[in-house]
Write a protein that binds this ligand. Structure first.
Ligand code: CA
Ligand code: CA
Length: 229
């Protein structure tokens, strides 16, 4: 390509970038004249308005941050639902404990079924009731709540060793570090209700923060003393 043609090409490119130009009448090849006409066209005031317009800047910026905004919105909404589920589970457990302390039993049912049905009916609004784990342990008083069964510490090491006598408070034939007995206890006994639920987050960012594949254990407890029923 001759130097003259190279100059025309450069001139046309600069016309596109910097503004309008004129189509030279000088002798040159048809390809150069064609490109020069295009350059002048693109350098027209109409195209300049397009080149320097900022009308689409907001849309481009939004497209860049939209994914982060969407994830953040999902994370906030999902956290709110989990928080609501936690409160719901605590309220359900407390209501069930209040029912349990009266000894109330639904018609053609048992106390165990009555208490669990109470929890499931409330928690089921946000949770899969099949995943609820409901336990209750009874104690003779508040002072022995979750305390180990008493034993005779013959060697004085502070722990119960094999062969050392103990009082089988819960009557299961074994020594336990928690002397509570499964069930709902009897009159005036203290009962600890515990309900857990594996809550799973689905928003990717939250799953990473929470760990354990996005699953956390929601736990609700309630302690009541049975009425004389
Ligand atoms: Ca000992
Ligand atoms: Ca025992």
């Amino acid at each position: 390509m001759r130097n003259q043609e190279i100059n025309y090409w450069l001139h046309s490119i600069l016309s596109i970038l910097l503004g309008p130009c004129e189509v030279s009448t000088a002798r040159k090849s048809e390809s150069v004249r064609s490109f020069e006409r295009m350059g002048c066209s693109l350098g027209s005031p109409k195209f300049k308005r397009f080149r320097f317009s900022e009308d689409g800047a907001t849309a481009v910026e939004f497209a860049l941050i939209a994914p982060a905004l969407i994830f953040l919105t999902f994370a906030i909404v999902e956290s709110g639902i989990a928080f609501a589920a936690d409160i719901l589970l605590k309220n359900a457990t407390y209501d069930a404990a209040r029912t349990g302390r009266t000894g109330f039993v639904s018609e053609d049912s048992t106390q165990d079924a009555t208490v669990k049905a109470k929890i499931r009916s409330q928690a089921g609004v946000l949770m899969d009731v099949d995943k609820l784990v409901i336990t209750s342990m009874s104690y003779k008083g508040f002072d022995v709540l979750k305390k180990p069964e008493p034993f005779t510490d013959k060697n004085g090491n502070g722990v119960r060793d094999d062969g050392e006598n103990f009082t089988d408070v819960n009557g299961n034939g074994a020594y336990d570090l928690d002397q509570g007995a499964n069930g709902y206890g009897g009159t005036a006994q203290v009962v600890l209700y515990t309900v857990t639920y594996p809550w799973t987050f689905h928003t990717p960012v939250l799953k990473q923060i929470v760990g354990n594949n996005g699953t956390v254990e929601l736990t609700a407890t309630a302690v009541v003393q049975n009425e004389p029923y």
